[in-house]
Design a protein around this ligand. Structure first.
Ligand SMILES: [Zn+2]
Length: 115
């Protein structure tokens, strides 16, 4: 499952970046997910809960997901448009546009730790 492996790799990244003591202080994980990354927030939350109860049952952590809309930037008029229903058209000059400036993100945005 896509979401499970995503959560596992998120934890792997955190375990690499934090010392064991610091990792154990993590209380909240904030992810930014672009609309085009094909991640379903509800499935991601379920995967997170499953990994927590299987591997980090002693350490309750919370997942926060920020879903980023898809944005395109018109190469002609430089206007930025939010893509709705996969309509890749500049809303300003109505030309087709495929220059994506946001929407493919899949990143750890912020970590909160207990004092
Ligand atoms: Zn335009």
């Amino acid at each position: 499952m896509h979401e499970i492996s995503l959560i596992r790799s998120t934890f792997r990244t955190l375990e690499e970046e934090f010392s064991k003591e610091d990792f154990q202080k993590i209380t909240d994980i904030y992810l930014k997910i672009g609309q085009l990354s094909n991640v379903e927030p509800i499935l991601l939350q379920n995967a997170f809960d499953a990994v927590i109860s299987a591997e980090f049952a002693e350490q309750p952590m919370k997942l926060h997901i920020e879903l980023l809309p898809t944005l395109i930037k018109c190469p002609i008029c430089e206007h930025t448009t939010e893509v709705i229903n996969y309509k890749f058209i500049c809303e300003n000059c109505e030309r087709p546009c495929s220059q994506i400036v946001q929407g493919n993100e899949l990143l750890i945005n912020k970590i909160e730790t207990a004092p």
